[in-house]
Design a protein around this ligand. Structure first.
Ligand code: ADP
Ligand code: MG
Length: 665
């Protein structure tokens, strides 16, 4: 968005300049209305695309350093880069002639012929950055070629070389950019406060530092060194240095090398999710990019592990053959085009899914999870500081240390903010109005479960789960407040939200059933009629195949009512009317969103609704056998750490955590 914005501003600028230049370029006698623009103006226009703010300059200069084979890159900024951006490297350097050419538009050492464009191995290739930057700032470049006797220095303002002279300097290159946009007032005016611009520079620094862990990086803000990253850090160490050590430690590693695609990824557990996508790092051949295929695949893998409005946190590094991806689709190269986007999508989705099946995603208690000392990823499209503050508060609340037992309502279980409506098991609610009463729900789940664990190997994905509970062992779980189950695990204890866990178990079963065929349905003794709006009637008829799969049979009954003849056996204790109304709401919602075609999504939402209705509720007393059965099921289902809406089913407290809390260590 801001790039476009920039373009618009420049377009206005351009118009003005064009008029001003008209006389100079076109002699009075010329009849042509079209003219060739002067170089400086051309460069300023190019700068409108590439140079949005100081951070873009920092990015281009650091990329040049990396392309020059630097093993060490230092970045210094003053006043958020508005006053100064300086990048020094120990790369291959430039001769005096190179320096002069470097600021010429469309001059590059990175492409020799057209074929090179289809297999780009460098960060830059457009030959535009320095020319553009030079056009809108005061630029000084000092460089000494490796093994050369002396260096050279040029200064540039606008598109003119001001000075050019030999210089004593170390091997490598230093580029200094001062007074960005001094000659483009419209752009200068749009630069933000120092802190904001610094944030954007930090983000670009982090992206490059993550993409090139073999290179040493240093960042100085004003006179203070804020980051010193040694060469050869592991990605995890780099994440730890840039953001927070706790986050780095919790990341789940992913690896895959298949069909020409090498994936090296670090995924944060679902409990680390954020409200924005700004913690999603994707690198393709070292370059940070945004890509909706990758984003979608990963979100899909996290589905059911996180609440709807949350965004996963990840750092994904993809290495692909250069010809498998076109990086020449965006002026700042923030987007790519895949030769085979389906392959990318499926490889990522399965890599994440398989890793999650093996990993233990149960969140553990952590009082200060939100305490990130390091960078906050900055979105380049907004100054999200108030949002961040709110986010941090929300995260702090979300992960606040629950107090188990010994607390009077309404602070039930202490984990209030994490489970809003469900953990206030008011006795009235339990006694009065839920569609499935406790006894029948418990019975239902007994009838839908076998008590015997599956044969070894039947659920291979579940082996290796660290919190796996031995389903053959009596769990010794106890129920607290008719809502939570506390159970001993191999490494400590688990606290389970009985409704959330049961919902997850039922949901998985329903999903498995529906893939096998339509759900088993039962004819109602008396058809149940209900009035609905005519438009809903049409909607129902349009969705007949879906209803069939769910085991629901309805016929129109007059022009504003339907009769339900069959209903799924799984919901035998659920009231038909309210369920059908909810179902209609769902269908209508989908319809309004224009996502009519996505039957799978609707089905899964409906199954989830069914699971929610059929599951035991908070406040339902359970017998010891029921508790044992529920707990035993936990280790047998996928994604058991979260309910289908993504809220956690379980919290984990290890013996070490307990020892820490009781100060025994
Ligand atoms: P591009 O990076 O797309 O080639 P630039 O305008 O950024 O275009 O740079 C132009 C040329 O200047 C590069 O191709 C490279 O040869 C040279 N250059 C720029 N920065 C450096 C540097 N730090 N070290 C060595 N050469 C550099
Ligand atoms: Mg470049």
């Amino acid at each position: 968005m801001p790039a476009t914005f920039g373009l618009i501003i420049l377009a206005v600028e351009r118009k003005r300049n064009v008029t001003a230049n008209t006389k100079r370029l076109n002699p009075v006698e010329s009849t042509a209305k079209i003219r060739v623009l002067p170089d400086l103006l051309v460069n300023k226009i190019a700068a409108g695309e590439v140079v949005e703010r100081p951070a873009s300059v920092a990015k281009e200069l650091m990329e040049n350093a990396l392309d020059a084979g630097a093993s060490r890159v230092t970045l210094t900024i003053e006043d958020g880069g508005k006053q100064l951006i300086r990048v020094t490297d120990d790369g291959e350097g430039m001769t005096a002639e190179d320096l002069r050419l470097a600021i010429t538009p469309h001059a590059t050492s990175k492409l020799a012929c057209e074929e090179d464009l289809y297999a780009i191995v460098s960060m830059g290739f457009r030959g535009e950055a320095l020319a553009s930057i030079g056009a809108v700032s005061s630029l000084r470049m000092t460089s000494r070629k490796r093994d050369a006797l002396e260096g050279h220095c040029i200064t540039v303002a606008g598109d003119q070389i001001q000075t050019s002279q030999t210089a004593g300097c170390p091997e490598g290159t230093t580029v200094e950019v001062r007074d960005l946009f001094f000659n483009v007032p419209a752009r200068r005016k749009f630069l933000r406060a120092r802190a904001t611009e610094t944030g954007h520079v930090n983000e670009q620094f982090a992206r490059l530092a993550l993409g090139f862990p073999e290179c040493a990086f240093e960042l100085t803000n004003q006179t203070r060194v804020t980051h010193r990253l040694p060469a050869g850090q592991s990605v995890r160490e780099r994440i730890g240095s840039l953001y927070s050590r706790e986050l780095a430690e919790e990341l789940i590693h992913l690896e895959r090398d298949e069909r020409g695609l090498i994936l090296d990824g670090y995924a944060a557990p679902p409990a680390r999710s954020r409200s924005t996508t700004s913690w999603q790092y994707l690198f393709v051949n070292g370059r940070f990019v945004r890509d909706r295929f990758v984003q979608h695949a990963i979100r899909e893998a996290y589905r059911g592990l996180m609440e709807h409005n949350r965004q996963p946190v990840y750092f994904v590094f993809l290495t692909v053959p250069p010809e498998a991806v076109d990086v020449n689709v965006h002026p700042t190269k923030i987007e790519v085009r895949w030769r085979d986007s389906n392959l990318i999508h499926s490889q990522l989705l399965s890599a994440f899914r398989e890793t999650f099946q093996r990993a233990d995603l149960t969140p553990s208690f952590q009082a200060d999870r939100a305490a990130n000392r390091g960078f906050q990823p900055g979105r380049s499209d907004a100054d999200g500081d108030p949002d961040r503050a709110r986010q941090q508060l929300a995260d702090a609340l979300r992960s606040a240390t629950p107090i188990v037992g010994n607390s009077a309502p309404p602070a039930y279980g202490g984990a209030g903010p994490a489970f809003p409506s469900r953990n206030a098991p008011s006795p009235a609610a339990a006694a009065a109005g839920s569609p499935v009463d406790a006894a029948s729900a418990a019975e239902l789940w007994r009838s839908t479960h076998t008590d015997s664990p599956p044969e070894d190997g039947e659920l291979p994905s579940e082996r290796g789960m660290a919190t796996a509970l031995d389903p053959t062992r009596s769990s010794r779980a106890i129920q607290l407040h008719n809502t939570y189950l506390v159970v001993e695990s191999d490494e400590g204890m688990l606290i389970i939200d009985q409704h959330a866990l049961h919902e997850r178990i039922l949901y998985n079963q329903f999903c498995a059933r529906i893939t096998a065929g339509p759900l088993e349905s039962q004819r109602l003794l008396l058809p149940e009629t209900l009035t609905i709006a005519p438009r809903q009637l049409a909607l129902l008829q349009g969705n007949n195949p879906l209803l069939e799969r769910l085991g629901i049979e309805v016929t129109p009954f007059g022009h504003d009512a339907i009769a339900v003849h069959s209903f799924p056996v799984l919901l035998k204790d659920t009231d038909v009317g309210p369920f059908m109304r909810d179902l209609l709401d769902k269908l209508e919602h989908q319809d309004n969103e224009g996502k009519l075609a996505d039957t799978e999504t609707v089905i899964h939402e409906l199954l989830d609704m069914m699971a929610c209705k059929a599951a035991v509720k908070a406040g339902d007393p359970l017998t010891p056998q029921e508790i044992d059965t529920l707990v035993a099921q936990k280790s047998l289902v996928e994604k058991s750490s979260n309910c289908p809406h993504g809220r956690p089913t379980t919290l984990r407290l290890s013996v070490q955590d307990l020892e820490k809390q009781f100060k025994r260590t």
